[in-house]
Design a protein around this ligand. Structure first.
Ligand code: SF4
Ligand code: SF4
Length: 379
């Protein structure tokens, strides 16, 4: 299809898109409600999407709510980013066994399923971009991550209803997906009806749209009109005006470096439980540890890579002790790495403003408030 500017899918057209992706061999992973939370799971039907379900998010608080409409993407990010699919929390690196006086090593096989990620928010797209830089664009790339990324098709979605802990506008990462997707959906519900503007972001996305146009049932898939693009622009602009939080990112790196001894770190630590929730839900955190496991006879062994967290005392254990034994030093390390030294290491912030660390912190500690207190000079 030449000069494609997008299509409009009615709800059955969205089902046709899911069917087409599955026919191409991708398992479609999208949002669905489970245990009163919106999670990412394999789906094959639009009926499994969280139709009419939104969420309420604040520091230490997450609740689903009925929206009173038919929106299928009218929620914000749940506790899972897409990290666990591309960079699993537990991964077998190799296994070995004793063979007489020798040891046989089995490097294992790369587990890279073909996944179509449906409903990726702009903040999470930027988080995937961060992991691409950290894990793939290094001198020795993470082979499993690279294989999974190459097997991934990304369907992004424009945020329409940001949550109480969102601050992607401050971080320049949303709410409208700008790159890193194969297709972008914008859900439109207005006097023209319930529909989705879908635009390609890659050659592969263009091919899928081209095929969809050819194969879909008439009137389920339409050519996008100027009015659809204008309506989509309004969705993004309205979302940008409704961020629940903000963070002044101006000069943040230098501000944090200059305030390594600020009393706010102790203040935060007096509330922090060092539970590690913030790092586990963060879509950019990538620290891992290695576990060796052997059977009782000692003849079989496995090496696993597992997510780790800079909030544990063991994380910074060097010979004879932990470098960061206090909670304040660990909170400072995490926040300063995200917002300051990440820039020196990887050329961008390590925070995409998704707000998960605020929502899922049991002590409701808020990175925007802690940094705001430092900037304002409060102690
Ligand atoms: S900041 Fe909150 S989520 Fe993070 S370790 Fe402390 S208590 Fe847990
Ligand atoms: S630090 Fe918090 S707001 Fe920033 S990307 Fe991580 S979880 Fe999201």
């Amino acid at each position: 299809m030449d000069n494609i500017t997008g299509l409009v899918l009615l709800v059955p057209g969205l089902q046709s898109l899911i069917n087409l992706l599955r026919e191409h061999g991708w398992s479609v992973v999208g949002p669905t409600v489970r245990d009163d939370v919106i999670v990412h799971a394999e789906i094959d039907s639009v009926d499994q999407l969280p139709c009419g379900v939104g969420d309420l998010q604040d520091g230490g608080r997450y609740r689903l709510r009925q929206r009173g409409d038919e929106a299928m993407f009218g929620y914000v990010g749940g506790p899972q980013g897409w990290k666990s699919l591309l960079f699993p929390s537990r991964e077998l690196l190799w296994s070995g066994r004793r063979a007489g006086t020798e040891m046989e090593v089995d490097p294992g096989v790369l587990d890279a399923p073909r996944l179509a990620l449906l409903g990726v928010r702009s903040c999470d797209l930027h988080a995937i971009g961060v992991h691409d830089r950290v894990l793939a664009n290094r001198s020795v790339p993470d082979a499993a991550y690279v294989a999974r990324r190459e097997a991934t098709f990304v369907v992004a979605v424009t945020c329409s209803d940001p949550g109480g802990t969102c601050f992607c506008v401050s971080m320049g990462t949303g709410p409208v997906p700008d790159k890193g997707f194969d297709l972008k959906l914008t859900e439109l519900i207005d006097q023209e009806g319930h529909r989705f503007l879908v635009q390609p972001g890659s050659e592969c996305g263009e091919q899928i749209l081209d095929e969809l146009t050819t194969r879909a049932v008439r009137d389920e898939v339409l050519n996008a009109a100027k009015a659809d693009h204008e309506a989509a622009g309004q969705v993004g602009a309205a979302a940008a005006r409704r961020m629940g939080r903000s963070l002044d990112a101006d000069g943040l790196r230098d501000l944090l470096y200059a305030n390594a001894e600020h009393p706010q770190w102790e203040d935060a630590a007096s509330r922090c439980l060092a539970c590690t929730n913030c790092t586990l839900v963060c879509p950019t955190c990538f620290c891992t540890s290695v576990e060796d496991v052997s059977d009782l006879s000692g003849s079989e062994t496995q090496r696993w890579r597992v997510w780790d967290s800079c909030f544990t005392q063991d994380f910074s254990y060097l010979h004879g002790g932990s470098v960061r034994s206090s909670v304040s030093s660990r909170y400072r390390q995490w926040a300063t790495h995200k917002l300051a030294s990440w820039v020196d290491q990887f050329g961008s912030s390590g925070c995409v403003g998704c707000g998960r660390c605020i929502t899922w912190c049991p002590a409701a500690i808020d990175i925007t408030a802690e940094v705001g207190a430092i900037r304002s000079g409060k102690s």
